[in-house]
Design a protein around this ligand. Sequence first.
Ligand code: GUN
Ligand code: ZN
Length: 434
Amino acid sequence: MTARILRGRILTFISEPSGPDDHQSYRYIEDGAVVVDQGRIVSVGEWNEGLRVVAPKAEVIDHRPNLIMPGFIDTHIHYPQMQVIGSYAKDLLEWLNTYTFVEEQRFADADHAARIASLFCDELVRYGTTTAAVYCSVHPQSVDAFFTEANKRDMRMVAGKVMMDRNAPEGLLDTPQRGYDESKALLEKWDGVGRLHYAITPRFALTSTHAQMEMTQDLVREFPDAYVQTHVNESLGEIEFVRELFPNLPDYVGVYEHYGLLGPRTLLGHCIHMTDREIAALSETGSVAVFCPTSNLFIGSGLFDRERLMASNVRIGVATDVGGGTSYAMLRTLDEGYKVLQLRGQRLSPLESFFMMTLGNARALSLEHTIGSLEPGADADMVVLDARALPHMALKMEQVDHLSEELFLLQTCGDDRVVAETYVAGEAAKRALG
Ligand code: GUN
Ligand code: ZN
């Protein structure tokens, strides 16, 4: 690996923006340089010709006038659903039963899993995402396929085997014991290898028996540093079903609470239809609510209430949720997130959006010392954004005077075409896609 110097306009967040004009929350360098070596950031600062003297062997890559930012982070996505995206259904349960639970059975085939895992990583890179929290299928071979691929590309990834032992087709069910044994074996095999992290992944309360929940609790007790990822309070039909399955527990979040699954490493997808008690439980345990706007709109699940969760200091992540979600792009995701919040009468400024895609999601994963910002010692995962990539955007850019306006244009109109490059551990990964 050779040292590289990336020259361009640099943007990285330092803290959560308190409003649209919080210029203390980020660092912006108009003519900046990021020096990377051995997959890490060595320094970030003003460009000066002296850098060529200090590091004469370093390759200089000139990205001007583009923006260099930390790579995007997606805190909830399903890789076995690449061929589910864009499936027509009336609601979540119909969508799961008609398409998703059928498609995921194909991941019993290790060759199929390997093919999709590779194409999945290609898509993340194409859209500027360098880290994701990923659901595999119930099959251990699907987890092996995903981690093998992510490790080959030296990507920082969180993933796990879905555990589910009821209310799905036979081919997609494990048992409490198998779910436990297979998850444990996969965790011991992959967690900490390269840049990989394991997530204990009970799919949701609807597809796990009490016995499976208990054994999931055993796993969490044994591996308190592992992530936990699941879904909660996404659709009204789902919530009603969970109430019937767990009549003695107070509510849906109460199921996860009862089995000891809440905590600072727990990622809860959706969190739309929340009671005050449930919000308090997330807040007290430091659990993370993950906002999945394109999915919530597409499936018709409901509108996330960001202000209400923030008022109780609930930690919040944001995610694509492909294939319920409709785009791999975190830019498209935050654009839809903006619209969801507009409908709720809530504001989401461009600075807040770009914070959420980077440092905010790194914090949601408790990985802020490693990814999510451009700091010496951090992983050299970066995205280079070109707000003039499309003719209509270039035209609009003629009238853009401020960084926030440029960010908002990127979010509103951008997709993979504005991603000029994606660096994974210091290597140009998008160019390598060809
Ligand atoms: N709830 C349980 N499984 C899923 C899934 O795969 N996608 C979504 N959107 N919700 C779920
Ligand atoms: Zn999901």
